[in-house]
Design a protein around this ligand. Sequence first.
Ligand code: NAD
Ligand code: NA
Length: 396
Amino acid sequence: MIIEPKMRGFICLTAHPIGCEQNIINQINYVKSKGQIEGSKKVLVIGASTGFGLASRITAAFGSNAATVGVYFEKPPQEGKTASPGWYNTAAFEDQAHKAGLYAKSINGDAFSDEIKQKTIELIKADLGQIDLIIYSLASPVRTNPKTGVTHRSVLKPIGQPFSNKTVDFHTGVVSDITIQPCADDDIENTVAVMGGEDWEMWIDELKSAGVLAPGATTVAYSYIGPELTEAVYRKGTIGKAKDHLEATAFTIADKLKDINGNAFVSVNKALVTQASSAIPVIPLYISLLYKVMKEDNIHEGCIEQIQRLFQQRLFNGSSIPTDEKGRIRIDDWEMRPDVQAKVAELWKQATTESLSEIGDLAGYKTDFLNLFGFDVANVDYNADVNEMVEIPGLV
Ligand code: NAD
Ligand code: NA
């Protein structure tokens, strides 16, 4: 079939398998161009099909020749209906990994469930014995706690008082004022239950008690801080409470891994266009201004550049892992540079529907968004008839 982007609200309902494959090849080539990393050899990535988790899987495999197991929740294709992008990404990644002689298998299902955790453990036991790196990179609006059976929904809201600021509809480029009402009482608890550290800890508990963590095993989860501009809706909002909990959980897990010389970290990453971040109000305007400034200063990075740098210069730099005063790895260092933030804050004041295409990188935002679904990727023939019924070679 001929596949075109079909937008609905903040999501795209279609995905292009060849475009997704080209994205994977580009990311692999980038990692290879940066040289070998003396990293982990057996890696589990939870949330492995898009965004930072996918970049982590690619970096481990093609930077350190690691065997990788990926866990993700993606929609398979049906005749005449495309899969979700993470499906095509994973198919292309595993195809490339297998061609390179690398072990790569994956599990598609709800990572929050006991069932998927047990399935993953069985796969590791059968094929790899033990793993030495676990990347936790889930982004989800909903989680059913397997112990209580309660389904929690996360919200992206300020706490205590309404928040008013500018935002942009990146499809139309219209900048407008929005007011977001504060969350209800149980919203914080629910958001923490979905995006906090409870499930990360459950994963590590299960992996450890099954004996599949190698001596020295390390686990890393991803967090975000961001600027004052977005604080009310992000770091000091409901999602920020979840990130506080995730960051605190790193210490709990680190304690639990001491007896095997293991460790646990949170890495604070840069704001980037992903399916998760596009849904947060105010953030797309911030990202489009940030991209403009960082591209002009030649310090712009996408997911793969961020994660390649995280692995090479932080996690596996041949020395100790540098952290901030709260024990967090910072790979958002360039985003948070005072000169970068000062320029973004100045542009923020000037941002209007009329000025944004000039002072912000709205075009870059749109391209990155389309790229997430395999569209608008260079060297892809979008007029060609393509097979949507792609299989994932390592799917268990
Ligand atoms: P993403 O939407 O690109 O990736 C989410 C991944 O989680 C996908 O692989 C998806 O299949 C998987 N997933 C979701 N629900 C699942 C479930 N129930 N079971 C199994 N898999 C499931 O998101 P992302 O932006 O890469 O976010 C990953 C992490 O990085 C999040 O913790 C996010 O907060 C953090 N982060 C994101 C940004 C950003 O700007 N995008 C910045 C810093 C940190
Ligand atoms: Na991810």
